[in-house]
Ligand binder design. Sequence first.
Ligand code: MG
Length: 427
Amino acid sequence: MTNVKIRDIKAILTEPDPGSRYTVVKIETSEPGLYGLGDASYRTRPKAVRSAIEDYLRPFLIGKDVADIEDIWQSAYSSSYWRNGPVLNNALSGVDEALWDIKGKMAGMPVYDLLGGKAREAAAVYAHSTGKDIKQVEDRARKFMEEGYHYIRLQVATPGFATYGAPASSATGRDPQDGPRWVTGKTAAATREYAYAQDAGVFEPRPYMRSAIEMIGHMRNTLGWKVEFLHDVHERLPANLAVEFAKEMEQFKLFFLEDLLPPSDIDWFKNVRQQCSTPMAIGEIFNNIHEIVPLVKDRLIDFMRARISSIGGITPARKFASVGEAFSVRTAWQGPGNISPVGHAANLHVDLAVWNFGIQEAPEFRKATLDVFSGAPEVRDGYMWSNGKPGLGVEIDEKLAAKYPHNETGGGHFDNVRRADGTVVRP
Ligand code: MG
């Protein structure tokens, strides 16, 4: 008990850089000047998250003691009866992280100290080398290596098709999931060109597999073995082809292969494990610990890749990590550009404090974002560093944030990627 109470809770929606579409929770306390910030960024459903925060959590939590993080998490989690979805969890995360921020400020300690202290000096991060062709991927990877990165995610466009995580190889091969500036094109079904169509948003497994295997083989030959490679399948392969792909990747000794299969196919990881040693990372769209436990307890994966805001914040993240530690599964929290700097700080504080940290994904923050958020974690020499300030160490300029409202042109959703016959591809 502290006698410091939650006085008010609000959601701040801001989009300083195109596509960032952040949601940040601010909790004000009964102590003048004492407040906390937490990340609740869910790029495709931010208004639903805002409603969960302001219409439901705010009245439920005003007046509660800011000290009782675990009790507040459990009571808010149970207060909706139906639970474990991304909207409610992101709202909960905003509250949870803001309370950890407040507790750190009250203690005069960074959150990693509250979690047990530093298990390492800084968190190794991986950079994203993407390109429209192999040469561009290689050039960018070399640049990252010169900057001190030891881990690089490699993604190349598949000529004539949509490819996750890479720019278009031509004017027509766009992947609309990769950013708001990528214009939605016609699907193959719309144009009635079914076989290996050249339209935007068309994905076919075999051409993707061949282009990725060729690209990563090239990188091993030219960049050598002093650098670790990662690759993201983004769950798009049919299960049996996913097994084949993991086996073919084994020769290149990846640091990890990400999201080989969707959550609905997790039983297939047994087949993958029996047939190859390619390290597996999954969990990006998981929402709760019940989804990861079956994979962890049977040692079917190597890295848990949840988005901390989607599982409900720092409180559940440390539980994920503890479960993982018992089974030698490491953390690799999701860290794209649509997580606010407050959320990246939350990633970092957990990274520094848990023993079984694996790797951290990190974006290159652009100027507009750094103008709105001061104290964002800094990446240099391939590592992410904390500023060591009490709490999460990040502040927001609310007036400036208000100048960047969310741009929800087109409804703010991901456009669908489809097979050449028009079938929707998950995710
Ligand atoms: Mg991914």
